[in-house]
Design a protein around this ligand. Structure first.
Ligand code: DHB
Ligand code: FE
Length: 286
């Protein structure tokens, strides 16, 4: 059976790719952010996942405003990236796991999530930057299933809906017959706004509330409306939808193993977390 070992949440700001290419991890600007990955590397080396299910939002590379699915699941054995215009090196391709993707797609549709299935899908910085941060070596030791959530063009799915999407993925993983170790990843956030009158907006208090509530009380966050979220977290702070899906997929006993929060990276309040997911052990009656 597949086992969900835990979750990782991370910001996906493109300029991180430039910092990596230029080896700036120890520069004063970047160090407080990159240091937050020391624990992630230690934990991944210990837990050795085979697969990463990555909840992310596409920013116009694979989908554009003319056709933008609310939820799309990759079903390929390889995902390529392309130049997005940020002036950062194009990422190497990431291996996929089409068989697992189809298992998840079947389970989602059976659970009444009408997802778009993508047998070809370009992945953008919202997948490639977290990959480069989590596994900084020359090869990536995991296969991925990328799951896109629309955080770009309103109406967006609700926080509650994304949490339920994650729940469905969690149940599907636990019923998968192959012996895989799975890490679930949510990318983007936390508070940020890239344009408009509030460009540069960051809300540290609200970010801390989110990081505190998501572990033990995710249902409290699921009650926020999207409009209230934009008000509190900025127009791109809605990328937290990816984190809600990640948290939903952790179906066991969840605890925070590590947290790093740093303002700002580019225009964004950067957060990196690792969550443990202990399988619920059913106690037999004596
Ligand atoms: C930035 C943040 C993002 O989430 C993104 O997708 C692009 C840019 C930024 O802070 O610059
Ligand atoms: Fe983004």
């Amino acid at each position: 059976m597949a086992q969900i070992i835990g979750g990782v949440g991370t910001t996906h700001v493109p300029s991180i790719g430039k910092a990596i290419a230029e080896n700036k991890q120890n520069d004063p600007y970047w160090k407080p952010f990159f240091k937050g990955f020391d624990y992630v590397h230690y934990w991944l080396a210990r837990t050795k996942p085979d697969v990463a299910v990555v909840f992310y939002n596409d920013h116009g590379l694979n989908f554009f405003l003319d056709k933008l699915p609310t939820f799309a699941v990759g079903a390929a054995n390889e995902y390529r990236s392309e130049d997005e215009g940020w002036g950062i090196p194009v990422s190497r391709p990431v291996p996929g796991d089409a068989a697992l993707s189809w298992h998840l797609i079947n389970a989602l549709v059976a659970d009444e999530f009408d997802v778009t299935t993508c047998q070809e899908m370009l992945i953008d910085h919202a997948v490639t930057i977290p990959m480069a941060l989590m596994w900084p070596g020359p090869t990536w030791p995991v296969r991925i299933v990328p799951i896109e959530i629309n955080t770009v063009q309103h109406p967006l799915p609700t926080l509650a809906r994304c949490f339920k999407l994650g729940r469905s993925i969690g149940r599907a993983l636990e019923s998968y017959e192959r012996n895989l170790r799975v890490v679930v990843v949510g990318t983007g956030g936390l508070s940020h706004q890239l344009d408009g009158a509030r460009a540069g907006f960051i809300n540290k208090e609200f970010d801390e509330l989110c990081l505190n509530k998501i572990v033990a009380e995710p249902e409290a966050l699921a009650r926020y409306s999207i409009h209230e979220w934009v008000k509190q977290s900025g127009s791109q702070g809605v990328e937290f939808l990816n984190w809600m899906a990640m948290r939903g997929a952790l179906t066991g006993r969840v605890s925070e193993l590590n947290r790093n929060y740093h303002i700002p990276i580019s225009n964004t309040a950067a957060a990196t977390v690792v969550y443990d997911n202990q399988r619920n052990v059913e106690r037999k009656a004596a």
